[in-house]
Design a protein around this ligand. Sequence first.
Ligand SMILES: [Zn+2]
Ligand SMILES: [Zn+2]
Length: 627
Amino acid sequence: METHYSQLSDHLYVHHGYVNIGILRDGNCALLIDPSGASLQTTLSELGITQVEQILYTHHHRDSAAGFSIPENARVGVPAAEVQWFSEVETFWDDPKYRWHLYNCHPHNLMLANSIHVTDTYAEGTQFRWGPASIKVLDTPGHTDGSVTYLVDIDGQRFAFSGDLIYDKGKIWELYSLQKGQQTTDYHGFLGARDELKESLEKVRKSSPTALIPTHGVVMRNPDAAIDKLFDNLDHCYDKYVSISALRHYFPKLFTEFEGRDDHMPIREGKPPPDFLRHFGTTWLIISENREAFVMDCGSPNIIKQIQQLQADGEISKVTQFWVTHYHDDHVNATLEFQETFPCETIADAIVAKVITNPKAFRLPCISPTVTRVDRATCDGDSWQWNEFTMTAYHFPGQTYYHGGLLVEGHGVRMFFAGDSFTMAGIDDYCSGNRNLLGKDVGYEKCLRLIQELKPTHIFNCHVDPAFDFTDEEIAFMLDTLAKREKCYTDLFPWDHANYGMDDQWVRCYPYEQEVAPCGTAQLRVEVTNHSSEPRTVTAQPILPETWSIEVDPAETTIPPKAEGSIQFSIAIPKNGLVSFEQGEAQGPRPTAEEEGRKRTIIPVEITYNDTPLGQFREAIFVLTGG
Ligand SMILES: [Zn+2]
Ligand SMILES: [Zn+2]
C-alpha cells in the first residue's frame, strides 16, 4: 500500500493529503495540525494512533479544514481571530452582505459548509505543552486575516506550521487570498496583503525554525532562502502589475513609491469627447441627429432623472437602444427601473447577458442581485446600424471576463466604449476575482489586439470624463508587459500556468446558487478551465446530505489544452430535503438547517485535478423552497 506520510523527527510525522497535516505522536495518542480529508485516517491507523487528543487549525479555509471526522472528546483549537469562521459559519452563508455586491473578500468563501465545535482559541504568544512537544502561537496574517503559525519544539528541533503563507521556495499557492484593500476596499487591492504576508514571514523567520511546514506545499529545510526568493518574486510581480495599471489614474497615492519610474508606462492626457455625447455617473449617452438617444449602463436612479431632464429640455426625444457593458453593480443596479421608464431594446454581449439575466448563478466581485432583461445577446463582431451610427459589439474580457466592448462609427470618428477596461494609465485588472486571464487571445491580450486592429480615435471609460487613446508604442508596451507577467506569475505559483493561481474560478459551479424543491431534481455543472498546454483530467464529487442521491455523467472528464470542460450532476432532493449533515462532527446530531430556520444548504465539491486532490475546492448553494 502506498504511504502518504513522512517522518520529520522521532515524534513528528506529516501526512500528505490535500494539504500537509502535522501529526505529533505520543504512543497511540496524537495531536493533529490542519487535519482534513478522509485519507488521513489510513495514516493514523498505520502509525497505530488510536486516540486523537487535540486538533489545531492554522486558518479557516475549507480545503485544509474539512473532510476529516473529528473524534468525540478531541480538543479543537483555532485562531482566535477566526473562531467565528469555524463555529458560526452560517452567519457567513446566510448574510446577504457576503453574497451580493462583494467589494470585500475577507473572509473568503472557501469556508466550511457547516460549523464545527471549537474548544480553544489561540493568539500571539499562547504557549502550551502537549506530550513531548512545546507549542507556541504566532499571529501571522496575510493568506487570511487571522491565520496563525504554530511553532512546534520537539525532539530538539523547531518546526513552523506556517499555514499558507508560503508554498515552497519563492512560491505561494494562489494570490486571490491576498486581494486586500489598503486605502480602499479589497476590490482595489491587488496583492494588497503582500506587506502583511511579508511581515508575518519575517516574524516566522526570526523564530529560527529548522523547517517550514506549509499547509499547501513542500517542507522547506532552508526557510531563509525560501522566504527571500518569495519576497523577490512578489516584488517583481507587483512591479509588473503597477507599471501599466489603470488604478494609477484613480488612486495615485497608492503608488507614490513608484513615482518617476521610467520603465513604467507614462499616464496619457485625455481629450474632449465629441459634443453628441453625454456622461452621467457610469452612463454614456449618444444623441443622434434625430434626437434619439442610445444609452449605455444604468447604475443608479439618478441617471434616469438626468435622462428625463434631457427629454424635458428637448435635447433628446426618446431612448431607443440600451447597451450594458458589464455586470458590475454600479452599471446595472437601476436597469430594472430604467427598462420600465424607457421601453427600448436592451443589448449586451452574450457572456455578459448570462450574468445579468441570472446573477444568482454566479458569485463574482461587485455582483448585483438586479435581474436585467436582455432582448438581444451579441456575439463577437456583430454589427448593426443605429440611426447614422454603425455599432459593432465585441466580447471584451478586460476589467472582467464578463464584459463587452462597443465600437461606434459615425460623424467622422471611431469611438470605442471599453466599459471599465482602460484608463489613460493603462489596464484595469486590480481585482483578481474579476478573472483577468493571462495568455494569448485571452484577457487583456485579446482586448489590446482588438484596439490595435480597430484603431479607435477615442476610447471611453464609464468612470472617466475625458476620452483618450493609446499610441502604437503604448499598446506594444502593455502587450509586452502582459507577456512578462505571464512568465513571472507562473514562477510565483506551483501550477504550470499563472491563471490557476490568479483566477479562483478556474473551477466553478454552475449555477452557483439555485432553488430546489423537495422531491425535485437539481442540475449542477462543475465547469473547469484547463489553462495548461496539455490535456488535463478532472473529477468532481459534490458532498451531499446523506439522503440525497446523485447521478453523474461523466464522473471524470479530460479537457483539451487551453479549453473548458464540465461534469454534469443530476441531484435528487428527497421529500424532506433538509436533513442534517454529518461531516464528522461527533458532538451529537446537529440541528438541521430547517430546525434552525434556514433554507440555504451549502454543497461543497471535492475536486481532483490530474491526480492532485484539491479537497473541497468549490461550493454551490441550494436554496430549499416550500415544495
Ligand atoms: Zn488556505
Ligand atoms: Zn466595473
